[in-house]
Design a protein around this ligand. Structure first.
Ligand code: G6P
Ligand code: MN
Length: 441
């Protein structure tokens, strides 16, 4: 059986330890020869790399594991590259969120002005990294979940039009299905959804029982109406995430047709959401004070002890498991269904062909095969066309270094929706993103 070489770009991410544990758990399903962590921030990556050494020496000793800041070492002879970079790091996520909120609009990691600021940084860093990767591993599969995935996907589509081995994926649709399975008290793998949208902006139109074919959506609606909605891993979540999931109940009262992605709340209720966000303490602060501290403390604790001890089975990591299963589906041509980001090409019949949309796809060695949904209702079409236009204009701004296109993108974004406000926020973002954005003229 072939064993794969894998690189994680963004080795210093708080998500990495969960990945390392999941690679151990799934070592039979997805056998690896070599795993390399890469990060441009040596100091941040070091404790995670040292934690990995202890983990693998105990649980997967045959694996050739290393970590590096040298692209040549990281990218050479790879089969799969998992990309989880955060352009600008968490401190810039904090800026994105704080600046927008202080100027009166939603500041969120991937939605609204925050997402667009991050989007331009990610265009710069992702495009540069993938050119570098392709020098060393022209045929590696690049599995990207760096954010904002919608904007990154649009930029990569333009920069690498003939590269069929770049796949953009988000875990949120699967997180929602896992949460629904908790609600229904069934296994999430028995749910067979139909979904359409953009990344972080979509809806489930059906949720079939994989065994019987019954559409469970009516029952799901009933339960959410009565009991609300919780993430599958509610016990491990901060309150802000519980609120985000709980808000699905409100969305379904007003728009009962489909089950929404949790992110739709920002676009459908911007005023309400804005009034519930604290401009001086955002999700970025919560992550910096919470997950980031926790993850690095765990690594340091294991390093100090020199052994894993009880630090193995504590956290189940759905996100990492999903990404490894994506690699497995490609490696073994399994044609498993995943919700991924692909070029529309008629799958949403009344949307433009070159939109990067999120859909159920069968995934195998030749990449994703989309499952068409036909025409979507006018309301959803209206929302999505506005957003896809904003995203495309932002990527135009990147390529053309165009202030005007950026202004149009910001104005058109439903979470800004006013040209004067757009200009004010854009100008503030230009200031703090100096050196990380293309220079807009
Ligand atoms: C979900 C989304 C990711 C996003 C993350 C943010 O998993 O799919 O795209 O980055 O949530 O979570 P955080 O805990 O960092 O706010
Ligand atoms: Mn996502």
């Amino acid at each position: 059986m072939k064993k794969y070489n894998v690189c994680i770009v963004g080795g210093g991410s708080t998500y990495t330890p969960g990945f390392l544990k999941s690679f151990v758990r799934l070592q039979n399903e997805f056998p690896m020869e070599k795993l390399v962590l890469f990060d441009i921030d040596a100091e941040r990556q070091q404790p995670i790399g040292e934690f990995g050494k202890i983990l693998f020496s105990e649980r997967f000793p045959e694996l050739d594991f290393s970590y590096t800041t040298d692209p040549a070492e990281a990218y050479k002879d790879m089969d799969f590259i998992f990309m989880q970079m955060r352009a600008g790091g968490l401190p810039m996520r904090r800026e994105d969120e704080h600046i927008s909120l202080h100027l009166g609009r939603i500041g969120q990691e991937t939605c609204g002005a925050g997402g667009m600021a991050y989007g331009l940084r990610s265009c710069v860093d992702m495009i540069e990294s993938i050119h570098q990767i392709r020098q060393y591993s022209p045929n590696a599969w690049i599995l990207n979940y760096s954010n904002p995935a919608a904007i990154v996907a649009e930029a990569l589509r333009r920069e690498f039009p003939d590269d069929n081995r770049i796949l953009n994926i988000c875990d949120q649709p699967e997180n929602i299905m896992r949460s629904v399975s908790r609600l229904l008290n069934v296994s999430w793998e028995d749910l067979d959804p139909v979904y359409f949208g953009l990344n972080h902006y979509g809806w489930f139109t059906h949720v079939y029982d994989r065994k019987t074919g019954e559409d469970l959506l009516p029952e799901i609606k009933k339960i959410i109406k009565e009991k609300g909605f919780l993430p599958q891993d509610a016990e491990q979540r901060d309150q802000s995430w519980l609120d985000t999931y709980g808000f699905v109940q409100t969305m379904m009262e007003d728009f009962p047709d489909f089950l929404p992605n949790t992110y739709d709340g920002y676009y459908l209720y911007p005023d309400y959401k804005f009034s519930h966000l604290n401009p001086d303490y955002t999700r970025a602060d919560e992550v910096i004070d919470g997950r980031e501290k926790r993850v690095f403390a765990e690594c340091r604790e294991v390093i100090a002890r020199g052994e894993l001890g009880d630090r193995f089975d504590t956290i189940s990591d759905a996100h990492a498991e999903m990404m490894i299963k994506v690699a497995e589906a490609i490696a073994y041509n399994k044609n498993t269904r995943f919700i991924v980001i692909v070029k529309n090409e008629g799958a949403i019949a009344n949307m433009q062909d070159d939109a990067m949309v999120e859909l159920v796809c069968e995934l195998g060695i030749n990449g994703p095969r989309r499952m068409a949904v036909g025409n979507i209702p006018q309301f959803y079409l209206g929302l999505l066309v506005q957003q896809v236009s904003s995203e495309k204009l932002l990527v135009d701004a990147y390529y053309e270094h165009s202030y005007q296109k950026a202004l149009e993108a910001f104005t058109l974004n439903r979470l800004i929706n006013d040209a004067k406000k757009a200009r004010e926020i854009l100008d503030a973002m230009i200031e703090v993103n100096k050196g990380m954005w293309p220079e807009l003229k």
